[in-house]
Design a protein around this ligand. Structure first.
Ligand SMILES: [Ca+2]
Length: 353
């Protein structure tokens, strides 16, 4: 009974204080940041400066306490990390007088600050940063940094900050290298778009201007080859990536590559993916669509020697041959080309280019 009476008295006193502070007859709206029990949970929190890091690489784990027009009395932060994978190289909480500590064997970093009532302004907020290094012998994979303790409040608890996030993830990846190659079109100038998609589905794009690089004779027809080089840096060694080239007027081509440690330099074959592109139906790559292309499709379908089956990249040339759509070449593809060349109605007339 005695305990309950004391509690009632405190509630009554606090109510009286609120009445005086907020509704003291000045006709002003109360400052909401000073309302008893106010909590900030909508901003700030724990984050990492980058989602991926190579072995031996550095990054920071940041804890942002958002700005507020108030004085706070207590800060207690405890950050946990995996000692098999990381070590702290700098921990700079940035508050003079604060008690800070970290341990690379214990896997923690802490800050404790208590003013005992005099308070410290939160008007600029605080950013506590731990500079971390991924160990050279760390296992590849994802790791969480955890905010296991996070207390930020004013002396009277009228203000408390609760971090909206309590963990942040970093992925330790293999070292990275450069992948590149040459894009060539058979008879079509322009700017190709090359896309590299990594094993996780993340895509990077590069534009390659194709300029005349050679003139060759194919089946008695001279074709101008247009080409240009591309390269992508920061590609993870060991990953399986897909390189895709697209160019207006040509059928897109793509190829997979298991990335080795040999960086592409523009001249050698290591980590190089060269892609060639043809106009639709131009199966022999002479830059024009002729009866020769149609007969090569028919020869391929009847099992005779054909540039379609002999092509270095038959799967791509079959795509080029599929003028009626899909990815399986049929007699209709050849006949639609021949109809088009004879001036008759043909689906090729609609899909050409
Ligand atoms: Ca041709």
């Amino acid at each position: 009974m005695k305990k309950k009476r004391i509690l009632s008295a405190i509630v009554a006193f606090a109510t009286a204080l609120c009445g005086v502070t907020f509704f003291g007859g000045r006709g002003m709206m109360p400052d909401m940041s000073l309302v008893a029990g106010a909590e900030e949970t909508s901003s700030g929190g724990i984050s990492v400066s980058q989602a991926k890091v190579q072995k031996g690489g550095s990054f920071s784990v940041d804890i942002d306490v958002p700005a507020n027009n108030i004085y706070i009395d207590t800060i207690e932060i405890r950050l946990l990390f995996d000692t098999d994978a990381f070590e702290i190289t700098a921990w700079n909480p940035g508050i003079s007088g604060a008690e800070t500590n970290y341990s690379n064997s214990g896997g923690f970093a802490t800050i404790v600050y208590a003013t005992g009532g005099s308070g410290i302004s939160l008007k600029n907020g605080f950013k506590f940063s731990a500079v971390m290094r991924a160990k050279s012998d760390a296992k590849l994979g994802e790791y969480d940094f955890k905010l296991s303790r996070c207390i930020v409040n004013s002396y009277d608890y009228n203000y408390r900050w609760n971090s909206p996030t309590t963990s942040a993830t970093v992925k330790i990846i293999n070292n990275v290298t450069t992948v590149g190659g040459t894009i060539t079109s058979n008879g079509v100038p322009g700017t190709a778009v090359v896309t590299l998609t990594d094993g996780s589905g993340n895509a990077s794009e590069a534009e390659v201007v194709l300029t005349e690089s050679a003139r060759v004779i194919r089946n008695d027809v001279e074709v101008i080859l247009y080409s240009g080089k591309y390269s992508f840096s920061g590609v993870e060694i060991g990953d399986t990536v897909t390189i895709k080239a697209e160019l207006d007027g040509c059928i897109a081509n793509s190829e997979k590559l298991v990335v080795s440690s040999t960086a592409y330099t523009g001249t050698q074959s290591g980590n190089a993916v060269d892609l060639s592109m043809n106009k639709r139906a131009d199966v022999d790559g002479d830059g024009t669509v002729s009866a020769f292309d149609a007969t090569q499709i028919l020869r391929y379908l009847t099992g005779k020697q054909s540039v379609v089956g002999d092509a270095e990249n038959t799967a791509y040339i079959i795509l080029v041959a599929c003028v009626t759509g899909g990815d399986r070449v049929t007699v209709a593809d050849a006949t639609q080309i021949l109809r088009f060349l004879a001036g008759k109605s043909s689906v090729f007339g609609n899909v050409q280019g």
